[in-house]
Design a protein around this ligand. Structure first.
Ligand SMILES: Cc1cc2nc3c(=O)[nH]c(=O)nc-3n(C[C@H](O)[C@H](O)[C@H](O)COP(=O)(O)OP(=O)(O)OC[C@H]3O[C@@H](n4cnc5c(N)ncnc54)[C@H](O)[C@@H]3O)c2cc1C
Length: 448
């Protein structure tokens, strides 16, 4: 019987294993060094914040794996030996495979900062990082201040976590405004305000220069490139992630920043594949990045590869870009492409609306000549994913989207709605006379 060995028990590896089991009787082994059982990495923050226990973020009962004949090995793969079709583990054991899938995820970036390996300096990625944070920052007596370095999604999560225990936080962000390499200016500025409202000391345009040590080898302060010294007990390094692939050097598997794969998610070695955060497409798919460190694409890659490995060769086709996140209290969703000013395409025009008082806003991108709708970012207002997917497929105009915006609203009944104000601002900005149509369930369900 074919033996499929998967390295990594994150969302990518586990989705693959589950789908192979649905489709076949093949022997499946998952090797991972982080935890015995799969857990939801995106929910780690809620464990620290006391909303959940670690067991609650494990989506499957512990007997699920045995019941489904998925063998779990807790171990670290030190080497892949393609000639021998085996992997060797740090405990000296070897496991033979017929097909190998690498799903080893990412690791937090470190840029060689002096002091980056001191006690009290840590990333936020793994279960071990969560345990470390619990030790380093159990309360504001032991951790009197934390400094977080790097203004992305993980940085703001870490800030929220620490603030939930009333720990003062300084947030060093290299950019001139929070996440403005991704978000258009209006949105990024709104998030700056929101961060400060949460009493987080946001320092923009500021880089980490070095971390200072006390006499016991623990971090005691950071020095910024502005010459400021900030006393602290914990330093969170959240300046992005890179594929976790160091153990593959000299294995013969082609590597770039990640593990190079084709659209079948296959490496340069026929029976070795890579999925999830660690996989790098030879050529980017559409406007996507060659490496996408997001949850749902890992799941999609797992589902796709299971088809291929079970006799139905299938190309990875992620469809239209979408994503969602939370910035403290503000929910964010994005469908299609809305680029920041820094990365805006020459054909891309933006319409931006922001509520005069509340932290609500949207930005719609459209083609400035054809008016084709390209994408939407929405903050604090929930919009229907499947409708935007449809409108993108149908290449609808921005005017059509605004006229039908009430159909897209996904907020619970009786929530205040903002479509009239949004459309009125669009009419003003672009000298139009669009009248929003009443919400129609027939249209939403595509029955009209
Ligand atoms: C705090 C945090 C919050 C996030 N929030 C979001 C979010 O809201 N939305 C979103 O889309 N994405 C989010 N992400 C990103 C998302 O979690 C990742 O994209 C996703 O978990 C990647 O899944 P994966 O299966 O590719 O890899 P991983 O989840 O990283 O799993 C890989 C596993 O392989 C193990 N491993 C690595 N090397 C070896 C080896 N040599 N031997 C044995 N085992 C090994 C690792 O220890 C790990 O357990 C977040 C990430 C973090 C850290």
């Amino acid at each position: 019987m074919e033996h499929i060995v998967i390295i990594g028990n994150g969302i990518s590896g586990v989705t693959l294993a589950r789908h192979i089991r649905k489709l076949s009787d093949k022997k499946i082994t998952i090797i991972s060094s982080e935890s015995d059982y799969f857990f939801s990495r995106t929910a780690l923050m809620y464990v620290y914040m006391g909303h959940m226990k670690f067991e609650h973020i494990q989506p499957y009962e512990n007997n699920f794996w045995k019941k489904n004949r998925i063998e779990l090995v807790n171990g670290y793969v030190e080497k892949v030996l393609p000639d021998q079709k085996t992997v060797s583990l740090s405990n000296g054991s070897k496991i033979a495979y017929d097909t190998l899938v690498i799903a080893t995820g990412s690791k937090p970036n470190k840029f060689g900062w002096p002091g980056q390996d001191l006690e009290g300096v840590q990333g936020l990625y793994s279960k071990q990082d969560l345990d470390k944070l619990e030790q380093n920052a159990p309360n504001n007596k032991i951790c009197k201040r934390a400094v977080i370095v790097g203004g992305g999604l993980i940085g703001i999560e870490m800030a929220e976590m620490l603030r939930s225990r009333d720990i003062p936080v300084t947030f060093l962000v290299r950019e001139s405004s929070f996440w403005n390499g991704v978000l258009p200016n209006g949105e990024s500025e709104m998030i700056n305000e929101h961060i400060r409202e949460h009493h987080i000391d946001l320092l923009l345009d500021t880089n980490l220069k070095e971390i200072l040590s006390d006499e016991n080898g623990r971090a005691k302060a950071v020095v910024t490139d502005k010459g400021e010294t900030i006393a602290c007990d914990v330093v969170g390094l959240t300046a992005g992630v890179t594929p976790n692939i160091d153990f593959l050097k000299n294995s013969g598997i082609e590597l770039g920043k990640g593990i190079k794969v084709n659209r079948m998610l296959q490496t340069n070695i026929e029976d070795i594949y890579a999925i999830g955060d660690c996989a790098e497409q030879h050529e980017a798919i559409g406007l996507r990045r060659p490496i996408e460190a997001v949850w749902y694409t890992g799941r999609m890659m797992g589902e796709t590869l299971a088809q291929t490995l079970c006799g139905n060769p299938t190309e990875y086709n992620p469809g239209h870009w979408f994503n969602s996140a939370k910035f403290l209290d503000i929910e964010y969703q994005t469908y299609g492409w809305v680029f920041s000013e820094r990365n805006k395409k020459e054909y891309e025009e933006h319409f931006h609306w922001r509520h005069p008082k509340e932290k609500l806003c949207i930005t719609i991108a459209f083609h400035k000549d054809t008016h084709e709708f390209l994408g939407i970012n929405n903050f604090g207002i929930r919009l229907r994913h499947e409708l935007f997917d449809r409108w993108l497929n149908e290449k609808r105009s921005v005017e059509y989207v605004l006229e039908h915006l009430k159909d897209a609203n996904f907020d619970p009944e009786l929530y205040e709605t903002y479509e009239e104000a949004i459309v009125s601002k669009f009419n003003q900005d672009f000298h139009q006379n669009i009248r929003p149509k009443k919400k129609s369930w027939k249209r939403i369900l595509n029955l009209a």
